[in-house]
Ligand binder design. Structure first.
Ligand code: URA
Length: 292
């Protein structure tokens, strides 16, 4: 008997040894290489992480390039903001540009949007949320996207965020009826998710047309998505707020002053930032006074 035989012993002794060690149940017919299972799971996670990284790089590459603020900072081109996989096709983009460009008034623009099926958000929303306020306003606010209350009523900023935005507007002596309010997209994203680049891009010609038709003295972007898409600025609103940019489209005869403010939903979650938000509103008041 060699050492090996001696170590293994009789099968009954081996079973007794297992029993003593608490192993009293046979789980599988075949032995299982758990080290191999762990390795396979690790490989799968690595592959998944690599795929996600690749996807996010594709999205990054498709984002508008940051531009220096200056005279007539151009709106990003549609090709810059639309990644290929957002459910928005070339045809929809072209149709958006044509329909928006043909509208001669806000009523015509709203009508064009009502008949436009190129934004996938329309399929899941209850109502079009076009915009609200004075068609001759001197100031236009563009927010992110309608939420549940806005979707139900077809009017932007009517929920909790809207009530705070009304107060912010009131703080500079204006009322909601004195300004015009809209969003980067005209339908509620399901579950209130952030609209994707394609959804924003296909709505952009209509948003631009709202601004062109109103021709305000001042444009205010409310929150990140509106700031990034309209002002062609990257980075957080906390870094961009309080600064003035210019906004101009090829159809506008002159650039207008534009600035970003915190989204009221963010202020409701982070009341400590309200002081800055109120100071931004005073900056807006001063800018309006400069541009009578
Ligand atoms: N948040 C927005 O950005 N827009 C709305 O219309 C409502 C809430």
């Amino acid at each position: 008997m060699d050492l090996h035989d001696d170590m293994l012993g009789h099968p009954a002794d081996i079973l007794a040894w297992y029993l003593d060690a608490g192993v009293d149940e046979a789980i599988g017919e075949e032995p299982l290489d758990r080290y191999a299972l762990v390795k396979a799971a690790q490989a799968q996670r690595t592959a998944q992480a690599e795929a996600m990284l690749k996807e996010s790089r594709t999205e990054q590459d498709a984002k508008p390039t940051p531009q220096k603020p200056g005279r007539g900072t151009p709106a990003p081109s549609l090709a810059q903001v639309r990644p290929a996989d957002t459910g928005v096709g070339e045809e929809a983009m072209k149709s958006a540009v044509d329909l928006a460009g043909a509208a001669k008034s806000l009523d015509e623009l709203r009508e064009a949007l009502e008949g436009f099926d190129g934004c996938p958000l329309k399929k899941t929303a209850m109502n079009l949320v076009f915009g609200d306020g004075d068609p001759d306003a001197r100031i236009v606010f563009i927010g992110e996207a309608p939420g549940a209350d806005e979707d139900r009523q077809g009017i932007p900023f009517v929920g909790a965020s809207g009530r705070l935005l009304d107060k912010m507007i009131g703080s500079i002596g204006l009322q909601r009826a004195d300004v015009f309010i809209s969003n980067t997209v005209f339908w509620r994203p399901p579950g209130n998710r952030t609209p994707n680049q394609g959804e924003i891009a296909v709505c952009l010609p209509f948003v631009e047309r709202i601004i062109e038709l109103i021709d305000p003295a001042v444009l205010i972007t409310v929150g990140g998505p509106a700031t990034h898409s309209l002002l062609a600025q990257q980075g957080s609103v906390s870094r961009l707020r309080g600064r003035w940019f210019t906004y101009e489209t090829p159809r506008m005869s002159h650039p207008i002053a534009a600035s970003a403010i915190y989204h009221p939903a963010y202020l409701l979650r982070t009341p400590a930032q309200k002081r800055q938000a109120w100071s931004d509103m005073l900056g807006i008041k001063a800018k309006l006074a400069e541009n009578p």
